[in-house]
Design a protein around this ligand. Sequence first.
Ligand SMILES: Nc1ncnc2c1ncn2[C@@H]1O[C@H](COP(=O)(O)OP(=O)(O)OP(=O)(O)O)[C@@H](O)[C@H]1O
Length: 312
Amino acid sequence: MIEAHQLTKRYGEKTAVDRLDFTVRPGTVTGFLGPNGAGKSTTMRMIVGLDAPTAGSVAVNGRRYAQHSAPLQEVGALLEAKSIHPGRSAFDHLMAQAYTHGIPRRRVDEVIGMTGLEKVAKKRAGAFSLGMGQRLGIAAALLGDPATVMLDEPVNGLDPEGVLWIRNLLTGLAEEGRTVFVSSHLMSEMALVADHLIVVGRGRLLADTTVEALVRDAGGDTVKVATADPARLRELLAGSGVEVSGRAGSEELLVTGLEARDIGIRAAEHGITLYELTPRTVSLEQAFMELTRDEVEYHGTTTVDEKQGSAA
Ligand SMILES: Nc1ncnc2c1ncn2[C@@H]1O[C@H](COP(=O)(O)OP(=O)(O)OP(=O)(O)O)[C@@H](O)[C@H]1O
């Protein structure tokens, strides 16, 4: 469990993390999303005591990181892949950490197996590819068999096989009841692995929600209907959880809370002619951009206004 209360970090004039309140719960994968420079890495560094908050606090498994007597056994973190002595083998790197933390050699062999590094464990880490470096970083994070696992951009630079492997690993760790907190700026990737999302922009909390709710709130389940008899169709569709909007005099309606299929069936049953029946598809990427459009630090010139399928 990770609990942040009014967590804040300022670097001079710059507020990197701005009064964040959130809880990351065990048993699920929680995605930590935000555009570049949103404050994700700074937040993660504060969680493991590598940076001190300017104000507020953050606790892991009930205590500040530094208050744990065996922090490696509480939280395993991958913050920067390849922060490893290049001349040392993967095995020696892990053994050195295990020795200094009273972790048995058996566990080193275990994490090497879990991360698929058996064949390269005795090779110099300096010669590792990015993907192997990520695996080694994850092996180190898992070494203390921690209840909380935190990974900063773990899929960066990985090939599809590596991405799939990380996805399965994270899901498995959550199923074992661990707290899994993973940052990314790729919504599409997070959607596949995370159940819950914490979204930040310019250091501030923008959403603490599920993938499903994020898409719904961005208008993901809206259906555009054009009909010969909008007034009658409105009456027919009305019901709990259903919202119908549309300008007076217009043949177009926007419906949320019903599938296009159900709208079509109901219209047919009552002999109402439809001219158009279009589910509005909001991709997760669009939902994310919608949410963060005013919070992006470094704008390109063409990205955020290119919304497709918008019926608003
Ligand atoms: N040591 C530092 N000194 C000054 N400013 C910093 C420092 N570390 C981070 N920042 C600034 O704080 C803001 C948040 O940075 P951070 O690296 O936490 O964002 P991020 O969400 O992890 O971004 P990315 O996705 O690009 O890694 C940025 O504007 C960054 O320039």
